[in-house]
Design a protein around this ligand. Sequence first.
Ligand SMILES: [Zn+2]
Length: 74
Amino acid sequence: MKCTVCGHTGFSNKFINKIFDLGDRHVMVQQIPAQACERCGEGVIASDTVEKIRWLVHGGNPSGMMSVEVFSFG
Ligand SMILES: [Zn+2]
């Protein structure tokens, strides 16, 4: 496995927080089990975990609310 950001090949198991764009809203999912790049910290999430996240954000109950600042390049 290779990091998509920096090309490093060393990864360690980590729990990460990530914001997902669902089109009409953004949600943050916390404590996602992922492989994190040891150099830059970029998290790689397994496809079966992505599937679970999809179920969670569309059918689960949020554990909290937060406001998110949005920045755009375009
Ligand atoms: Zn990296």
